[in-house]
Design a protein around this ligand. Structure first.
Ligand SMILES: Nc1ncnc2c1ncn2[C@@H]1O[C@H](COP(=O)(O)OP(=O)(O)OP(=O)(O)O)[C@@H](O)[C@H]1O
Ligand SMILES: [Mg+2]
Length: 310
């Protein structure tokens, strides 16, 4: 974890002094991305010219359905590849000073940039503790997603079990450690997704709609967990449609629409801006949120596991 002296007032004061425009420079960016383009057939899902995420902040990525937020997450974390550029700059991005442009999802994860995943069918049939253990990426020869190849994670280390148990206590899931993950409530599943991502001690955690499907009783606790992560020095980048949550916990807001970043700034300034309201009004909200991992992605992950297991 990054040792970042956290002082919210100071952080806010620093951010308040920044230019509020797409691609704004940050004093200490942990993530910098340039020319990231992804097309699906004739449709451009992501076309991000330049973006920086300030270290130690909770940054929200908002935008209407289909804006390209999830696709952008997938690109950054190596689960999807940018469309090769024609006559334009090639996509490039760096995280914590290391180039992650042409790396695999596992290497990105090992580098400290972790995204949460929805519990897929396979994962719901494993226990809560087993789900945690597959989040441990620190064993030589192991892979973040070894859970998909059971023999690899079966020889688990004491150390990982201890870390898993500590995180389960923190997220109040310790009583459920031997329950099937599929039996958890919607909110508990979200907590498990977050706890699992923390197994590898990331310096940045990326959350895609952490509040979706969460019972109001668990909302506050989820928010507090996210704020605690930031207070401990973990950078948080999250996608969320719940504007109350965005307003409440984010230090900085980045707005995407039709693949592009159209606005950036402090939550109180950006969320009421004309460009943002227009972007939302111009979009439909009835789209299904869908699965975060599609079959194509699962195949990529499985291929990587086989590669690493060799
Ligand atoms: N694998 C795919 N194949 C074809 N089109 C895709 C694929 N993945 C995403 N898209 C399209 O790319 C666009 C951006 O989708 P994306 O899921 O990134 O949006 P989003 O901002 O995450 O939306 P939401 O808020 O609804 O989750 C959409 O038009 C979507 O239909
Ligand atoms: Mg999405």
């Amino acid at each position: 974890m990054t040792n970042y002296p956290y002082d919210r007032a100071e952080l806010r004061a620093n951010l308040a002094g920044l230019e509020q425009r797409p691609g704004a420079k940050k004093p200490d960016p942990i993530l910098v991305a340039d020319s990231v383009v992804r097309r699906f057939g004739g449709m451009t899902a992501v076309d991000v010219d330049h973006v920086e995420v300030q270290r130690g902040t909770i940054t929200a990525l908002i935008g209407p359905n289909g804006a390209g937020k999830t696709t952008f997450f997938n690109l950054l974390t190596g689960f999807d590849k940018p469309t090769p550029a024609s006559g334009r700059d090639r996509a490039s991005w760096s995280f914590d000073g290391k180039s992650f442009t042409r790396t695999s999802a596992t290497r990105v994860a090992r580098g400290g940039m972790i995204r949460t995943f929805q519990l897929t069918k396979a994962l719901t049939r494993m226990t809560v503790l087993e789900n945690m253990l597959i989040g441990a990426a620190n064993q030589p020869g192991e892979n973040l997603f070894v859970g998909l190849v059971k023999p690899l994670w079966a020889k688990r280390e004491r150390e990982n079990i201890e870390r898993a148990e500590e995180l389960l206590r923190r997220f109040k899931l310790d009583a459920k450690r031997n329950d099937m993950a599929g039996g958890l409530s919607g909110g508990q599943k979200k907590l498990l997704e977050m706890a699992r991502a923390l197994m590898s001690n990331p310096s940045m955690i990326m959350l895609d709609e952490p509040m979706a499907g969460v019972n109001p009783a668990l909302t506050q606790s989820l928010l507090e967990h996210i704020e605690t992560l930031r207070d401990e020095g973990t950078t948080v980048l999250f996608v969320e449609h719940d504007m109350h949550m965005v307003r409440h916990i984010s230090d900085w807001v980045i707005v995407m629409a039709q693949g592009k970043i159209i606005a950036e700034g402090l939550p109180e300034d950006v969320m009421g801006s004309r460009a943002v309201i227009d972007a939302y009004l111009g979009a439909h909200h009835d789209q299904d949120l869908g699965d975060v991992i599609n079959t194509e992605m699962m195949r990529t992950i499985e291929d990587e596991i086989k590669e690493e297991a060799r």
